[in-house]
Design a protein around this ligand. Structure first.
Ligand code: SF4
Ligand code: SF4
Length: 376
């Protein structure tokens, strides 16, 4: 089935995965700030909001209700949420119940874009065994879902197989950014090409690679600043993916009002990259290909099952800061901050749980060893 969302949707989507937290209580979402972000976003003509059943233990969906759904005309925006059949190991009935819970938490009455969440090699059979592909079709017939698709973190071959088997999926959500375009694990380019071959439009996730491209390596910063001194580094990353054909919207997981303002400054009246800007992105890709960063997106799928409670993405971020910037003091600070209240890298017992859950197939055990050697 071919769709036509790309022509009708503004290219900036509001990802509700990393919402701001209250300064006095980092476990709670700062809903008042989210309200301001939502209002600015809608005022700019943007409409696509993206949450998930599992984000922030349900607090993201609840914040969407309070900041968006209870305050704005239901027809003035679209909301996406996701069914996750593997995190927390739900049985079939509880997996199916997630839609009902999402509808209750958000108060949205219907979900515009409903996704089977984070399909990857080690969980695709669960979605099949639980009959979830038929489940979303049935919910669409009932009117509880307007459109359905899936988010995806695996090989182009598996994407091809899924889009052949479930060819009525209306869209796919893929991880695409300039750093991962040719990355062998993530294979952004090849996955994009497979989706387009099947005539699918794409929602882009991780355009700034979990925040890493907001502060790219110094050589890339220099390159971009020389060309556009006032443009943020994130703007290059977001405009890069938004310039591609068949993109419904580019999700930016904005964490404060400043990020929202920055994103809107170039996405409200989006201009695709010029040929010259595309050349500079190609140069940035060459610089990244020659460096040695760990492609962790901070999705945190590895974290909940760690028996010694290691803040794995934070530890990897510290390793990356060391590898890219070679600034030990800064990397030490990052490590200390990331491991507050959690296990240390040296506590890793090499159980392998995290490696099975990681959509990027990262060698987490050896990274924990590297971090222990650097920081513990
Ligand atoms: S391998 Fe180490 S980091 Fe990974 S889940 Fe097990 S203990 Fe935690
Ligand atoms: S190590 Fe893998 S699962 Fe964990 S946060 Fe990074 S990308 Fe996600």
């Amino acid at each position: 089935m071919n769709t036509n969302f790309a022509d009708t949707t503004k290219k900036l989507g509001f990802g509700l995965m990393r919402l701001p937290k209250l300064p006095e209580d980092k476990t709670k979402i700062d809903v008042e700030q989210v309200k301001e972000m939502v209002d600015l976003f809608l005022d700019a003509g943007c409409t696509y909001f993206d949450t998930a059943y599992v984000y922030d233990g349900g607090a993201s969906e609840a914040a969407a209700k309070e900041a968006l759904i209870d305050r704005h005309d239901r027809e003035s925006f679209t909301i996406a949420t996701k069914l996750n059949a593997w995190l927390g190991k739900p049985d079939e009935a509880s997996a199916k119940k997630q839609l009902e819970t999402s509808l209750e938490r958000t108060g949205a009455r219907y979900i515009d874009f409903y996704l089977l969440h984070a399909l990857q090699l080690n969980n695709k059979t669960i979605y099949e065994d639980y009959g979830l592909w038929d489940f979303v079709r049935e919910q669409k017939k009932k009117g509880l879902i307007k459109h359905w698709g899936f988010s995806f973190h695996a090989t182009p071959e598996m994407l091809d197989e899924l889009l052949t088997k479930y060819d009525d999926a209306e869209f796919v959500q893929l991880q695409i950014n300039y750093a991962d375009w040719e990355n062998e694990n993530i294979a952004s380019r090849r996955c994009y090409e497979v989706a387009r071959k099947h005539g699918k439009e794409i929602v882009v996730m991780e355009p700034v690679k979990g925040g890493m491209l907001a502060t790219p390596p110094p050589k890339i910063q220099e390159l971009f600043k020389k060309e556009l001194p006032d443009a943020s580094f994130a703007s290059w990353a977001i405009r890069y993916v938004a310039s591609m054909e068949g993109i419904i919207t580019v999700l930016s997981g904005m964490s404060d009002l400043e990020q929202m303002k920055d994103n809107l400054s170039y996405m409200k009246d989006f201009q695709p990259l010029t040929a010259r800007e595309q050349e500079l992105i190609a140069e940035a890709q060459r610089i990244i290909a020659e460096s040695d960063t760990v492609p962790c997106t901070a999705c945190e799928y590895c974290k909940p099952g760690c028996p010694v409670n290691i803040a794995i993405p934070g530890v990897i971020r510290a390793v990356n800061e060391w590898r890219v910037y070679q600034n030990k003091a800064q990397a030490d600070r990052r490590y200390m901050f990331s491991t507050q209240g959690s296990g240390l890298a040296k506590d890793c017992i090499a159980c392998g749980q995290c490696e099975g859950a990681c959509p990027q197939s990262l060698p987490i055990i050896s990274l924990m060893r590297e971090a222990a050697g650097l920081f513990d």
